[in-house]
Design a protein around this ligand. Sequence first.
Ligand code: PCA
Length: 217
Amino acid sequence: MNILLTGFEPFGGDVINPSWEVARALHGQVIGGATVQARCLPTTFDGAPAALENALAVCRPGLVIALGLASGRAEISIERLAVNLIDARIPDNAGRRPHDVPVREGGPAAYFSTLPVKAIRQALRAAGHPAGLSLTAGAFVCNQVFYELQHRLAGRGVRSGFIHVPALPEQAARAQPTVPSMGVAAQIDAIRLAVAVALNAEEADVAAAPDEGAPTA
Ligand code: PCA
């Protein structure tokens, strides 16, 4: 079986994207008897969906985890929801900055991750990695790819979802003001573990019981 792990090329004028550094470090590794296939997606609204479609067609994966950078976040962010909205805060790598348009005309407002998100959070925290659940992957290219992924795999019985990683220390050192960061080795360990849990967990918690960590107001 293949596991598809995608990352993104650098964007927003940066020279590195940890999501691709992590994916390519895991390329070819065998986890739980399955082989990781890493692919780098362009950070463009026009190019990313086609690159994703091609990767799915070529790899025929039994599990897909798409990765992206969320600069400013301090923890590994396991995304729960992909929304049918594009509202770009910055231009993509082709200079496009669409506002208030759907990812897919007429598509559902949102798709849930089909990863065992809480089991992943628990395993990461137990292994010493800061990790949390997130209800939004933003409205930029990451969310677009997450939505396209869930749309294409809906009802196919293939677990899929999206995880945002923090900035690297070298990016934090350049940022003005600085941002939280996590070293690439820790990010690689965390994502390897997330893949293992996603392969093994009995159930994916799609719209499962309320989050024990969530406010109850
Ligand atoms: N992060 C951006 C797009 C590519 C990436 O790594 C995002 O969060 O949308």
